[in-house]
Design a protein around this ligand. Structure first.
Ligand code: SAM
Length: 280
């Protein structure tokens, strides 16, 4: 069965009485070149394990299973399970777990299924939870080497934006604290069934062994949350309101960190945020 063939996919879904759920972000890939490319970028050695979020009908899962030692998927929609039984029947190295990825104990899944293996995450993410899923996977200090994920193009630009550029925001700084992000390639809306209203990108986040900057993690995240809390305001105002401190105290923080009081968050470097965090 060729899952990227629109006719064959329609026949498969129809036979199982499956209808797409917009609420679960169900846009299935039908462009035959995308999944092999994602799998090749994600899997660096055949002895690796791969964790996939939201396998859908298994179009990406199959490409991962061909190249990795083991693939474990987390899927929320139980209606897809009989379909996955059929599409993954030829692969004895795949396991599908029922659950909401945001509620799943990922560390326990990795421990149970991937002992002794390098583990990567690869997924065409449901768009309604892109940032929470990425942040959960980064914040839980999991033993994973990389995340290769499909996200909306706008989200890709924000997530991968370099500090000090106009697109930089709290998410780009947070992601860069844990990983080295890059945009791999674009994917047009016509590559999906049904087509979404926006284009997409595949991005790769290579997890850092140690965070990008050396400072207290909790304070670093308090600072970036505060600094990006008010759009188009100076960091002086943002810190004062976001950390509930006086303007004088905020000015002192910035002076000690060597940052001009009229600077804006999108102009600051990772080291600038860390310098403020160290003063807290
Ligand atoms: N991997 C398939 C593909 O590329 O065609 C499907 C990708 S589709 C964009 C997102 C998938 O994530 C769907 O199968 C959907 O049911 C599943 N999903 C949605 N919310 C989820 C959640 N909270 N936890 C786990 N899976 C979820």
């Amino acid at each position: 069965m060729i899952l990227t063939n629109a006719g064959e996919l329609r026949e498969l879904l129809g036979r199982h009485g499956f209808t797409f759920s917009k609420g679960l972000g169900q846009n299935f890939l039908i462009n035959p070149s995308v999944c092999p490319r994602m799998a090749e970028n994600s899997i660096t050695t055949p002895s690796m394990g791969v964790l996939e979020v939201g396998p859908g009908v298994g179009v990406l899962t199959v490409e991962l299973a061909k190249r990795a030692a083991k693939v474990v998927c987390i899927e929320l929609d139980e209606r897809l399970f009989p379909i996955l039984d059929e599409t993954l029947a030829d692969f004895d190295n795949t396991t599908v777990i029922h659950g909401d990825v945001l509620e799943t104990d990922i560390a326990a899944v990795i421990k149970e299924h991937f002992t002794g293996m390098d583990v990567a995450v690869c997924a065409n993410l449901p768009y309604y939870i892109t940032s929470p899923v990425i942040m959960k996977l980064l914040e839980e200090d999991l033993p994973i080497t990389s995340l290769t994920v499909m996200v909306q193009k706008e989200a890709a630009k924000r997530i991968c934006a370099a500090p000090g550029t106009r697109e930089a925001g709290a998410i780009s700084i947070a992601v860069r604290y844990y990983s080295e992000p890059k945009i791999l390639f674009d994917v047009s809306r016509g590559s999906f069934m049904p087509p979404p209203n926006v284009d997409s990108c595949v991005i790769k986040l290579d997890i850092r062994q140690t965070p990008a900057v050396d400072c207290n993690r909790k304070n670093f995240f308090r600072v970036i949350r505060a600094c990006f809390s008010l759009r188009r305001k100076t960091v002086l105002n943002c810190l004062s309101s976001g950390l509930s401190i006086s303007k004088n105290e905020a000015a002192l923080l910035l002076d000690t960190a060597g940052i001009p009081q009229n600077a804006r968050a999108e102009q600051l470097s990772m080291e600038n945020f860390a310098a403020i965090a160290r003063q807290l």
